[in-house]
Design a protein around this ligand. Structure first.
Ligand code: G6P
Ligand code: MN
Length: 446
């Protein structure tokens, strides 16, 4: 089986490769094609993966490609994790947002829309090339904003593109471990919403929902990340567990204030951290060790300003262990390749699951994955208080897609002005002007 990784020179590629190395099942991935625009990163990445493969029998062969079509040829699965405009673009979104008094985070609000507008032309081209060169391949989309990008690519690839995110399963895993329960095949998580905008509504272990028990225990709630971010009292008031990205909505004033005070926004921090990583890793005798140190640092500093905004402090040590991102991807691939009927939380067209959203709206819900793809399980319940937000943000995503594909500035303005984290039409207009003036990738907007 052949896996092509678009953005294969990216920082998280070794996570996926490590998961592939752990997979000993017959019919597993035997060849990995890394596609990237940056040849130097591809060279370093090849050395990191070679170090990971040392001593592993039949490790998947790795090839590198700067030509997209060449890298896609023969692919059974395609992982897409790209960042159009790089971390510099992410940093500029944050700076522009803050200059106009709004959060510029990469996937929500102004930052998410601006990032999507940069990304959409590229991912639509990618979808077209996949359709031409590898029409039978399954595309697993990591590229953020993942739900919106998946919905846009589905216009070309239909149900062959599936979006993934590690945050729902990460939330469930952290919540269960606060109760001393491991995640395993006996666990079924109910979750509903959009990408980076959803809620865990039950945590069944051997058929028994353990969420009510967790909700009764404030100490346990504040023993895990999201519980501490939102506070036990608010989680108990909600009666469900919010995705960590909802913190930008629930505490927008506090996060904005923290961002304004911070010496570095997230992307400014990563710009320096990642630049140091790539330059240290390029010639290092053990680039895998350099990567592992940078990964731990990246995890430890994740969502630092959000945590600062509520005085939360350091992350728990077991949150620094990875296992979300790559395991969702590998489980999805295995579910399809081996017809495993596995249950995973994925970004797929709604198809009636959430009755008040239309069928084509990509939602993030539990799915059954088999050889014919990912099928949403009926019954996902968005909490009543979340319906308005989900409806509004889905509208915003669609206007963004319209702008990104058709080039309409008016659609981009509708998206920005209706986003709950952008509080004035005048601000939306100014944000759009600033983004267009900053990003050459947005010159297509008329
Ligand atoms: C989580 C989210 C991803 C996002 C990442 C950002 O894993 O689910 O969608 O890309 O965080 O992490 P970073 O280290 O880049 O801030
Ligand atoms: Mn995500």
């Amino acid at each position: 089986m052949r896996l092509t990784m678009i953005g294969g020179g990216g920082f998280r590629t070794p996570l996926v490769y490590a998961a592939l190395l752990r997979d000993r099942a017959p019919g597993r991935v035997t060849s990995v094609a890394l596609v990237d625009t940056d040849e130097a990163r591809l060279r370093t990445m090849t050395r990191i993966l070679a170090t990971q493969a040392q001593g592993v029998a039949d490790a998947p062969a790795v090839t590198t490609h700067t030509d997209l079509a060449e890298g896609l040829r023969g692919a059974d699965f395609v992982f897409s994790a790209i960042r159009v405009g790089g971390i510099e673009g992410r940093a500029n979104d944050e700076t522009i947002g803050l200059a106009h008094g709004v959060i510029g985070q990469e996937t929500v609000g102004f930052g998410g829309i601006s990032y999507a507008l940069r990304t959409l032309p590229t991912v639509m081209h990618l979808a077209e090339v996949v359709k031409r060169v590898a029409p039978d391949a399954w595309v697993i989309n990591f590229t953020n904003p993942a739900g919106l990008v998946t919905e846009a690519m589905a216009q070309v690839l239909g149900s062959r593109v599936i979006g993934i995110c590690d945050s729902p399963i990460g939330l469930a895993r952290r919540a269960l471990s606060a109760l001393g329960l491991p995640t395993g095949p006996n666990v079924e998580v109910d979750y509903a919403g959009l990408n980076h905008l959803g809620w865990v509504t039950s945590l069944r272990v051997d058929g028994v929902d353990r969420l009510p028990e967790l909700l009764r225990r404030p100490q346990q709630i504040e023993a895990f990340e999201e519980g501490r971010l939102f506070g036990a009292e608010w989680i108990q008031t909600l009666g469900v567990l919010p995705n960590e990205y909802l913190h930008y909505y629930s505490y927008r004033r506090e996060v904005l204030h923290s961002d304004q005070l911070a010496s570095h926004t997230r992307a400014r921090y990563l710009l320096e951290q990642q630049a140091a990583f790539w330059s240290d890793a390029h010639g290092a005798p053990d680039p895998l060790a350099v990567w592992e140190a940078a990964r731990l640092d990246r995890e430890a500093t994740y969502m630092a300003t959000s945590r600062d905004s509520v005085g939360m402090g350091e992350r728990n040590a077991d949150d620094l262990v990875s296992g979300g991102y790559e395991n969702v991807a590998i489980s999805l691939m295995r579910g399809i390749a081996y017809d495993e009927h596995s249950r995973l939380i994925l970004n797929v067209p709604n198809a009636g699951t959430i009755p008040w959203l239309d069928d084509d709206a990509v939602v993030e819900v539990p799915c059954i994955v088999d050889a014919s793809g990912a099928h949403p399980i009926p019954g996902a319940q968005v909490p009543d208080f979340g319906r308005g937000l989900v409806t509004t943000v889905k509208y915003v995503e669609r206007e963004t897609i319209e702008a990104g594909i058709g080039g309409s500035r008016a659609a981009a303005l509708r998206a920005l002005a209706h986003h709950p984290l952008v509080d004035s039409v005048r601000v939306a207009d100014a944000l759009l002007d600033s983004a267009r003036a900053t990003f050459p990738e947005l010159s297509y907007l008329d």
